[in-house]
Design a protein around this ligand. Structure first.
Ligand code: ADP
Length: 253
C-alpha cells in the first residue's frame, strides 16, 4: 500500500500555482443563511452555496421562492436573520455605516424595471454612479464612452430613456451597473419585460462578462431561457435551496 503524504492547505495552493492551475477565488458565499421578514414566514431557510470568481450562476424558482431576497442580502438592502453572507471572504454582517456604500461599489445591480432617470440622457444615467463617487470628469467621460460602446449604445448617448426601445433601456441599465467595474453583477429578472429574442441578447451580454473578470448572479423564473444558457443553476423552493445544477447536468431542450 502506498502511503499518501499529508499535504497542508498552503502547499496544496502553492502546488496548484506551480502547475499553472490558478486556485478558484471565492467571490460570494452563503453559510446557512435564513431570512425572516418581520411578521412573515421564512423567505430563505438555511441556504448555503459558494460562487467563484468568473462564474455565471442563475437562481431560479417560482414567484415567492426567495430569489429577490437572496439578491437583496448580497447588495445589503436586507440582512440575514441567521447565518453569514461572505463577499470576497468578508463577512457582510460587519459591513455597516459608510462601508455599505463602499461594498455596493463592488456589486453592480440590474433591475427588471431598470430605474433610469427619464429627464437625463443615456450618458448622464450611466455616469451617475461615478458622479456620486466623486470620480474626475475626464475619467467619467472616458469610462462612460467605453461602456456604452461595449454595449452597442455608442450612438445613443445623448438620447433620453423614453426615446429608446425596451432592449436599449435595459442595456443602459446594465451599462450603469458595469461602469464602476464591479467584481460581481447581480440582476433580478433582467429580462422580465422583454420578448424572447431580446431576452436572449441580454443574457448573452451577461454571459460575456465573466471572461472580463466580473462574476454574474441572475435571478430568473424563465426556466426555458435559463436552460438554454447552460450555466450553473441554483433552484430555490419556498426559501430552501432545492438543487445546485452544474451546466453539464442540465437536461437538453
Ligand atoms: P421571489 O423573488 O422568488 O419572487 P421574494 O424574495 O420576493 O421571492 O419573496 C420570498 C418571500 O418573502 C415571499 O413569501 C414574499 O412574500 C416574502 N417577502 C418578500 N419581501 C418581503 C418584505 N419586504 N416583507 C415581508 N415579506 C416579504
Amino acid at each position: 500500500m502506498v502511503a499518501t503524504p499529508a499535504v497542508d492547505a498552503a502547499s496544496a495552493v502553492e502546488g496548484a500555482w506551480g502547475s499553472g492551475i490558478i486556485p478558484a477565488m471565492g467571490v460570494l458565499r452563503f453559510d446557512n443563511v435564513s431570512k425572516q421578514y418581520p411578521g412573515g414566514h421564512a423567505a430563505l431557510s438555511d441556504v448555503s452555496f459558494a460562487i467563484d470568481a468568473g462564474e455565471m450562476v442563475f437562481i431560479t424558482g417560482h414567484s415567492g421562492a426567495g430569489k429577490s431576497t437572496l439578491l437583496r442580502l448580497v447588495h445589503l438592502s436586507e440582512r440575514p436573520s441567521r447565518g453569514a453572507v461572505l463577499f470576497a471572504e468578508r463577512n457582510l454582517l460587519k459591513v455597516r455605516g459608510r462601508r455599505v456604500a463602499l461594498h455596493r461599489r463592488e456589486v453592480g445591480v440590474v433591475f427588471q424595471d431598470h430605474r433610469l432617470l427619464s429627464d437625463r440622457s443615456v450618458a448622464e444615467n450611466v455616469a451617475l454612479p461615478l458622479i456620486l463617487r466623486g470620480v474626475r470628469r475626464g475619467e467619467i467621460a472616458k469610462r462612460v464612452r467605453a461602456v456604452l460602446e461595449r454595449l452597442s449604445l455608442g450612438d445613443r448617448e445623448r438620447a433620453l430613456p423614453g426615446q429608446l426601445s425596451a432592449g436599449e433601456q435595459q442595456r443602459v441599465g446594465i451599462a450603469r451597473a458595469l461602469v464602476g467595474e464591479p467584481s460581481l453583477l447581480v440582476a433580478d429578472e433582467p429580462t422580465g419585460n422583454l420578448d424572447p429574442t431580446l431576452s436572449s441578447e441580454i443574457m448573452a451580454l451577461f454571459a460575456a462578462l465573466p471572461e472580463r473578470g466580473t462574476s454574474v448572479l441572475v435571478a430568473s423564473h424563465d426556466l426555458a431561457l435559463v436552460k438554454r444558457m447552460r450555466k450553473r443553476v441554483l433552484v430555490l423552493d419556498q426559501g430552501r435551496l432545492a438543487d445546485d445544477i452544474r451546466p453539464e447536468d442540465l437536461a437538453d431542450g
